[in-house]
Design a protein around this ligand. Structure first.
Ligand SMILES: Nc1ncnc2c1ncn2[C@@H]1O[C@H](COP(=O)(O)OP(=O)(O)O)[C@@H](O)[C@H]1O
Ligand SMILES: CC(=O)OP(=O)(O)O
Ligand SMILES: [Mg+2]
Length: 419
């Protein structure tokens, strides 16, 4: 039996799932799950579940960033006397880490000095993520000396993007030299969604065409053709495409030069390891839904009274508009052969009013939902739930995505871990 920690450092959350696995042919058993959310807001809270038992729900904690959140979660897990499988540090055989930017890596990697340095060199291309995840890797190396650390990359799923999609129309020599191309992110989530939806629709993965939306603190869309990534909205970095909680998404590339002076200078938020320009700081951390409304809480944005909070209404409508534009674009690039439109991520899974608005605005493509089904999505129900109305050409689904278990399956494919 091995205990595996799967650690997912998102831009606003840290999610750690703990699994017990008999061997690589057995289904992983989730024995605990701890999440700290709201890292980009003043309300940081811990939710902790052991087995099926809720221990803490939205319990207020003070966490300054992802590594701090990891220390709190590690203490919670090691301090829980009823979590029999994790009595001490040395019980944790494997820690897999979600690393958002993996550059050209095509598979999960055991973290050695070399891989660490390579991932660190990519930090500037995922300023909200790679550095934070590497901070946790360092903590694991220090605090869990017997544990093998594995890097699982968001970019891996998008290695199948065709050249006409991943190429930017810029000088190609410079593009090659500097690795300037579309990489795409949220790949662990899209990989999980693809497998779950294929099972749900009883359609072979290589026959599956879907438009998947991962809408969390960072938001992206992905056209999946024959089970593989065909196009996605994030690019060289997780900034492009859809707006996020604090990210602008697509804007005119010249905008930033008219926003403030000295935008090419290093931002004071830079550190020895992370070089971030003022422009990147503005577009990654000071924009998006929070710049429009003052909050990163999408439930508050969606639930606000439209007359009393016109900025919330604007942010909601703007987000719907941007999501629908990509659905239209991907519907065309998939030649109208779309088995399902799939909602996932914190917003996609929890905001019924957002799903309703998006489906209503893309109704001309044949999507339609049952309001009753849309309003009764349950977090305890099956992983994939159907909210389509009865007579639609393409299904509309909600998938409770799970990037953590996807990492465990990646570890199953690494022979070195099981010999
Ligand atoms: N009940 C809810 N209704 C609407 N949005 C929600 C709800 N709960 C959480 N969210 C939103 O989900 C987002 C976080 O999603 P998640 O996928 O967990 O984040 P991360 O990008 O950090 O992985 C936040 O923007 C939050 O406002
Ligand atoms: C890539 C990305 O934006 O991830 P997250 O939504 O978890 O911040
Ligand atoms: Mg996330």
């Amino acid at each position: 039996m091995k205990v595996i920690f799967a650690i997912n450092a998102g831009s606003s959350s840290l999610k750690v799932s703990v699994y017990s696995v008999e061997d690589r042919n057995a289904t992983p058993r989730e024995i605990a799950n701890a999440q700290i959310g709201g890292l980009s807001s003043p309300n940081t809270s811990l939710t902790y579940t052991r087995g099926n038992e809720g221990i803490y729900k939205s319990h207020q904690v003070k966490a300054e960033g992802q590594d701090d959140a990891f220390s709190i979660i590690l203490e919670t897990l090691l301090g829980d006397e009823k979590l029999d499988e994790v009595e001490s540090n040395s019980d944790i055989a494997i820690a897999c880490h979600r690393i958002v930017h993996g550059g050209k890596y095509e598979s999960a990697q055991i973290i050695t000095k070399d891989t660490y340095n390579h991932i660190e060199a990519l930090s500037d291309l995922a300023p909200l993520h790679n550095g934070a995840a590497l901070g946790i890797v360092e903590s694991c190396i220090r605090k869990l000396p017997d544990t093998t650390n594995i890097a699982c990359f968001d970019t891996q799923f998008h290695m199948s993007l065709p050249p006409h999609v991943y190429t930017y129309p810029i000088n190609q020599e410079r593009a090659r030299k500097n690795g300037l191309r579309k990489y795409g992110f949220h790949g662990l989530s899209y990989s999980f969604i693809t497998r779950s939806v294929s099972k749900f629709l009883q359609r072979d993965v290589d026959q599956l065409n879907i438009i998947a939306l991962h809408l969390g603190s960072g938001a992206s869309a992905c056209a999946i053709k024959g089970g593989k990534s065909w196009d996605t909205t994030m690019g060289l970095t997780p900034l492009s495409g859809l707006p996020g909680a604090t990210r602008s998404g697509n804007v005119d590339p010249s905008l930033v030069f008219h926003y403030a002076s000295d935008v090419g200078k290093l931002s004071p938020a830079s550190t020895e390891k992370l070089h971030i320009s003022k422009a990147e700081q503005i577009l990654n951390k000071e924009s998006g839904l929070s710049a429009l409304t003052g909050t990163t809480d999408f439930a508050a944005i969606a639930g606000a009274d439209r007359t009393r909070h016109p900025q919330h209404a604007l942010a909601f409508d703007l987000f719907v508009d941007r999501v629908c534009a990509f659905i239209g674009s991907y519907y065309v690039s998939l030649e109208g052969k779309v088995d399902a439109l799939v909602f996932a991520g914190g917003i996609g899974e929890k905001s019924a009013s957002f799903r309703s608005a998006v489906v209503s605005n893309t109704g001309c493509l044949g999507f339609a939902i049952s309001d009753a089904a849309n309003d009764s999505i349950s977090t305890e129900g099956s992983v994939t739930q159907d909210i389509s109305s009865e007579d639609t050409r393409s299904k509309v689904l909600v998938c409770r995505t799970d990037e953590q278990i996807e990492m465990v399956y990646m570890c199953y494919r690494k022979d070195e871990l099981w010999n």
